[in-house]
Design a protein around this ligand. Structure first.
Ligand SMILES: [Zn+2]
Length: 417
């Protein structure tokens, strides 16, 4: 059985390359921000490939795409798989895409082998896994799982002040209300996401497949600092309330809180730091920071978060700068389903592919799918652990291995006949 599934690696690679050509920036850069022209074009290409594979399509009010291969027993909940095709600015071609196009290929491999699954197999292409537009990641899967309050979702605005309501309407998803996105907890029997590791452990250990047991707990903090602007020559130092300097000290406070958390798994990043007015002869009057903080243990993460907020309050008081913190998300870690992890591991055994049990330090739509059904992830190596960069790379062979493991796992979970 294991050997009868033939993955068409060439077709898969061609599709990955073609999709990478749909980008707001010239190659090799891939930039596909939620509901941008590139995102909408990429969606229609992937939907075309789904139709060619005989899948029936549905889209929900936030733009999540569901492509189903119907099973022989419609009374059974389908098995789900999927990932995302949006990409942060200046990204590469594999993050998310491997899990979407790999799933279409896995389904086609089963179809060519004459497999008739008992449970349906449903591919989900999640809306906005990346937080670029609204500052919050996994927008689509959060709403599916009911992990984002609707008042919070409808209040979301992008940096240009456009609301999610406005943007989803303009993208053609405005007909239904956002509350219709939420799925009941028995909708799927399982969810398995294929993804590049975005770390270097598999490559270091020369292991082709990882299976994920836990996903680290992420949180995002947005900070607005308001100081006093003025002429860089005329405003003497004792009069200053410089928003940039308060922001710079705050970024260092993040690093300090993380380094002294007592756990090597705590990581903190100030990934956004914008100032106004941004002129060389003007004292910065406003600063805007976005901070990402994660840990595998929620208690250490939350303790670091509190210390960061306390340190910032102190820095701002000292500098006479007003501050506003907003916790955009503070999520729990996900524990993957032990039976699913075992299924993936035994599939790897059958395929004679060494497998490593791992923690996902990046978060994924799986973090939220785990709240509504048994979930795990299949990782493949990526060169140097590099991701979210144009030089992100997984070899055709690595992608084919992951796709084969996904196909056989889905076949096992769906049952035959
Ligand atoms: Zn991803």
């Amino acid at each position: 059985m294991a050997s009868s599934l033939k993955i068409n690696g060439e077709r898969l690679q061609r599709q990955i390359d073609e999709l990478a050509g749909i980008s707001a920036a010239p190659p090799p850069v891939v930039t596909r921000v939620l509901f941008s022209e590139a995102d909408l074009r990429a969606r229609s290409l992937v939907k075309k490939w789904c139709r060619e594979a005989g899948l029936s399509l549905r889209e929900d009010a936030v733009g999540n795409i569901f492509a189903r291969w119907t099973g022989t027993d419609s009374a059974l909940a389908p098995v789900a798989t999927g990932s995302h095709i949006d990409a942060i600015p200046n990204a590469g071609r594999y993050d998310g895409v491997v899990g979407v196009l790999g799933a279409i290929e896995a389904i086609q491999a089963m179809q060519s082998a004459g497999v008739k699954p008992r449970r349906g197999i449903e591919l989900i292409i999640f809306t906005a896994e990346e937080p670029t537009r609204f500052g919050i990641g996994c927008l689509g899967s959060r709403l599916l799982a009911g992990a984002l309050a609707l008042e919070k979702a409808t209040a979301l605005r992008d940096p240009d002040g456009k609301s999610l309501e406005e943007l989803r309407g303009a993208a053609g998803f405005g007909e239904k209300d956002l509350h219709s996105v939420r799925l009941a907890s028995k909708t799927y029997s399982a969810f398995v996401e294929l993804h590049i590791e975005q770390g270097a452990l598999l490559e270091r250990d020369n292991i082709p497949i990882g299976v994920v047991e836990r996903i680290a707990a992420p949180s995002t903090l947005r900070v607005r600092l308001t100081g006093v602007g003025g002429h860089a020559g005329a405003m003497l130092m004792p009069e200053r309330h410089d928003a940039l300097l308060a922001g710079a000290e705050s970024a260092l406070a993040v690093e300090h809180a993380v380094l002294t958390s007592g756990s090597p798994d705590t990581v903190g990043t100030t990934g956004v730091f914008r100032i106004e007015p941004g002129a060389v002869n003007s004292v910065p009057c406003r600063a805007w920071l976005e901070i990402d903080l994660r840990d595998t243990q929620v208690a250490t993460r939350d303790a670091a978060l509190k210390r960061i907020e306390a340190a910032m309050a102190e820095i701002c008081a000292k500098r006479g700068v007003a501050y506003e913190f907003e916790r955009l998300n503070v999520d729990a870690p996900a524990i993957c389903d032990a039976n699913l992890v075992q299924t993936v591991a035994s599939v790897c055994g059958e395929l004679r592919l060494p497998v490593k049990k791992m923690i996902s330090r990046a978060y994924h739509d799986s973090l939220f799918m785990a709240q509504i059904c048994p979930t795990t992830m299949i990782f493949i190596p990526c060169r140097g652990g590099v991701s979210h960069r144009p030089d992100e790379y997984s070899s055709p062979e690595q992608i084919e291995n992951g796709t084969r493991v996904l196909a056989l796992t889905l076949e096992r979970l769906a049952g035959i006949g």
